[in-house]
Design a protein around this ligand. Structure first.
Ligand code: ASP
Length: 582
C-alpha cells in the first residue's frame, strides 16, 4: 500500500494515528538536529518532521539527501504542531516520520513548482508535466473536469445521447483550412480532420437519434491569432423536430445550469438581441453587456454643421465613457493614438468633456457650441463628468473601431469584472456575407444553415438581405457558442450550394452523402456547438484558453514538449506515396 491518506487530508482529529503518505518533495528545511519536509500531491501539502531524538537518526540523514521533486513514501505518526500554520488546511499537524522510502529521484526541475513560478511560458510548456504539478494549472484542469461533468449531467438528464463521430473524414466547411491526413491504403488520397462534426450530427438526426451531444475535438488550420488553438474542444449538440426557440431554451438551460452549479449564480432568462441591434448598439456581434457605453448615432446633430471632417462621412457615432471628463491631455492623446494604430486604423477621434459643472470642453470647440455638444451628450445618454468619444467614417468600419475602443476603455476602467456574468443570445444573423477578396458570398455560419422562411424570396434577388435561423450565445464579450436551424430538404440545400458558387459536381462530390440522406425522410433539425475551452476559461474568470488545456500548442501550432509537428522518415513518405518538394 502506497498511502493510507492523501496529503490534504490529515487534521488534528487524526492525532496519534499511524499513517502512510506518498508524494513529491516540495521543500526540505534542515535545522541540523531536525529536518522538515513539505510533501505534496494533488490534494495538498503535509509537513513531515524527521527528528533524531524521537526517531531513527539514520532517517534524518536520509531526509537530508532528498531533493526537490523526489517521490517518497513515509510511515509515521500524526502529531500536533508546535507552530501551527492557519494558511494550510493541514497546518495544525505534522507527521513524525519513522520510515522513509525514496520511490524515485528527480533532477532539479527547470523552474520552481510553486504558485508563482520563475519559469517562462516556453519552458513551462516544454516541461508541461511539471507545470501541471503547480496549483494554478492543476486547479484549472480540475475546474475544467468539473465543468464537463456538469455538461454531461445536464445533457444526460435532458435525454441527449453521447455519440462519437469519426476523425478521419472529408472536409467540413466551417470556413477554415483543413488538416489533412494521407491514406496509405488509398494512395494519393487524403482524409481531412473534422473542423466540426457538423454533417455527421445532421446524419444522426436523419438516423433518428433525436438528441445528440459529444464533447469533441475539432481541427482548424488557421493562422493562430492570440488565444486560438489548432485543435480545440466543442460541446457539439443537435436536436430533431425543433424550432429555434426549442434550441435556445434547451441550451440557455445548460449555461444556466453551469452558472448555478459551478459559480453559484442564478440568472433569469437571457436577453436576446438581433444581430442588427448588436452591431448598431455595440459595433460588435458579441457585445459585452456588463457595462453600458452604448453607441449613439450622431449623424443628425454632428453632420452639416460646417465641420468638414464629419460632413463627408457616412456615420458619426460616439460613446459616453463614465466619469472620465477629468482625463488629462496626455490621457486623451493616448486614446487618439490607440485608435490610430494600424490594427484599428482610424484617422482620429473627437473627444468632448462633459464637465461636472455642466459645461463642455472638446477638441472641436471651434465648430460646435455648448448647446450642440449638449445635444450629443443627450444622444449618448451621458452624465456630468463623462467623456464623450466620437468617431466618423464608413458605417461598418467605424462601428468596429469604436467597439474596440469601447472594450479598451472598459478594460481600463475595470468594468470587465471576471466574477460578473452577463450572457445573451444574438439572433437573426445574416445568412450570407460578401467577401471582397473572392467577390462572392460566403455562408456566415455554414452552408447548412436555413434561411428565415419569410426571407426565402430574397435568396436569389437580394442574398445579402436574407436572415438566417442562426444564433450565437455570448458571454462577457465572447462568443461561447453558436448554431442554427438546418436546411433539411434537398432542393433548398442545392439552392444554397448554387448561391455559394458550388458547381453541381462540386456540391455532389463534397456533400452528396448529405443530399442523398435528405431524400430519405430527414426530420427538421437544428443544433449548436459551444467552444468548451473558452467557456471554461470565462467561467474560471480568465480569458486565456491555453491555461485550461492540459497540453496546448504555442502560437506557431507547435507542441514544444513532444516537438511536433516533425519530419517523418523517408520510408514512411514512400509508403504513403509522398514526395516532398521543398
Ligand atoms: N458546427 C458549427 C460550428 O462549429 C456549430 C453548429 O452549427 O452546430 O460552429
Amino acid at each position: 500500500m502506497y498511502r493510507s491518506h492523501n496529503n490534504g487530508e490529515l487534521r488534528l482529529e487524526h492525532e496519534g494515528q499511524e499513517i502512510i503518505l506518498s508524494g513529491w518533495v516540495q521543500k526540505v528545511r534542515d535545522k541540523g538536529f531536525m529536518v522538515w519536509v513539505d510533501l505534496r500531491d494533488r490534494y495538498g501539502i503535509t509537513q513531515l518532521i524527521f527528528d533524531a531524538e524521537r526517531t531513527d537518526a539514520s532517517m534524518v540523514e536520509k531526509a537530508r539527501s532528498l531533493g526537490r521533486e523526489f517521490v517518497i513514501q513515509v510511515k509515521g505518526k500524526v502529531i500536533e504542531r508546535e507552530a501551527k500554520n492557519d494558511q494550510m488546511p493541514t497546518g495544525d499537524i505534522e507527521i513524525l516520520v519513522s520510515d522513509l522510502s525514496i520511490l524515485n529521484g528527480s533532477k532539479t526541475p527547470p523552474f520552481t513548482i510553486e504558485n508563482e513560478t520563475d519559469g517562462g511560458d516556453e519552458l513551462r510548456m516544454k516541461y508541461r508535466y511539471l507545470d501541471i504539478r503547480r496549483n494554478p494549472v492543476r486547479e484549472n484542469l480540475i475546474f475544467r473536469s468539473k465543468v464537463t461533468m456538469e455538461v454531461r449531467n445536464y445533457l444526460a438528464k435532458e435525454g441527449f445521447i453521447d455519440v462519437e463521430t469519426p476523425y478521419l473524414i472529408k472536409s467540413t466547411p466551417e470556413g477554415a483550412r483543413d488538416f489533412v491526413v494521407p491514406s496509405r491504403m488509398n494512395e494519393g488520397q487524403f482524409y481531412a480532420l473534422p473542423q466540426s462534426p457538423q454533417t455527421f450530427k445532421q446524419l444522426l438526426m436523419v438516423g433518428g437519434l433525436d438528441k445528440y451531444f459529444q464533447i469533441v475535438k475539432c481541427f482548424r488550420d488557421e493562422d493562430l491569432r492570440a488565444d486560438r488553438q489548432p485543435e480545440f474542444t466543442q460541446i457539439d449538440c443537435e436536436m430533431a423536430f425543433v424550432e429555434q426557440e426549442d434550441i435556445l431554451n434547451t441550451f440557455e438551460g445548460l449555461v444556466r445550469h453551469l452558472l448555478k452549479e459551478i459559480k453559484g449564480i442564478e440568472i433569469e432568462a437571457f436577453p436576446r438581441m438581433t444581430y442588427e441591434e448588436a452591431i448598431k448598439t455595440y459595433g460588435n456581434d458579441k457585445p459585452d453587456i456588463r457595462f453600458g457605453m452604448k453607441f449613439g448615432d450622431l449623424n443628425a446633430m454632428a453632420k452639416g454643421k460646417g465641420f468638414g471632417v464629419f460632413d463627408a462621412q457616412e456615420l458619426v457615432v460616439g460613446i459616453a465613457v463614465p466619469g472620465c471628463a477629468d482625463y488629462s491631455r496626455k490621457q486623451l492623446d493616448q486614446i487618439v493614438d490607440f485608435v490610430k494604430k494600424p490594427q484599428i486604423g482610424a484617422n482620429g477621434l473627437v473627444w468632448v468633456k462633459y464637465n461636472e459643472d455642466g459645461s463642455f470642453k472638446s477638441s472641436v470647440d471651434k465648430f460646435f457650441d455648448q448647446d450642440q455638444l449638449k445635444s450629443w451628450a443627450d444622444q449618448l445618454g451621458a452624465k456630468n463628468g463623462d467623456l464623450l468619444l466620437v468617431m466618423a467614417g464608413d458605417d461598418h468600419k467605424t462601428r468596429t473601431q469604436l467597439s474596440t475602443l469601447r472594450m479598451k476603455m472598459a478594460e481600463e476602467l475595470g468594468l470587465r469584472k471576471p466574477d460578473e456574468f452577463a450572457p445573451l443570445w444574438v439572433v437573426d444573423f445574416p445568412l450570407l456575407e460578401w467577401d471582397e477578396d473572392t467577390q462572392r458570398y460566403h455562408a456566415m455560419h455554414h452552408p447548412f444553415t436555413s434561411p428565415k422562411p419569410e426571407d426565402m424570396d430574397l435568396l436569389e434577388t437580394e442574398p445579402g438581405k436574407v436572415r438566417a435561423n442562426a444564433y450565437d450565445m455570448v458571454l462577457n464579450g465572447n462568443e461561447i457558442g453558436g448554431g442554427s436551424i438546418r436546411i433539411f430538404d434537398k432542393e433548398t440545400q442545392s439552392r444554397m450550394f448554387d448561391l455559394l458558387g458550388f458547381t453541381k459536381e462540386e456540391a455532389k462530390d463534397q456533400f452528396g452523402f448529405l443530399m442523398n440522406a435528405f431524400e430519405y425522410g430527414a426530420p427538421p433539425h437544428g443544433g449548436l456547438a459551444f467552444g468548451l475551452d473558452r467557456l471554461v476559461a470565462i467561467l474560471g474568470g480568465q480569458e486565456t484558453i491555453r491555461d485550461f488545456i492540459a497540453f496546448p500548442k504555442n502560437n506557431s501550432g507547435r507542441d514544444v514538449m513532444i516537438d511536433a509537428p516533425s519530419k517523418i522518415d523517408e520510408s514512411q513518405l514512400k509508403e504513403l506515396g509522398l514526395k516532398l518538394d521543398f
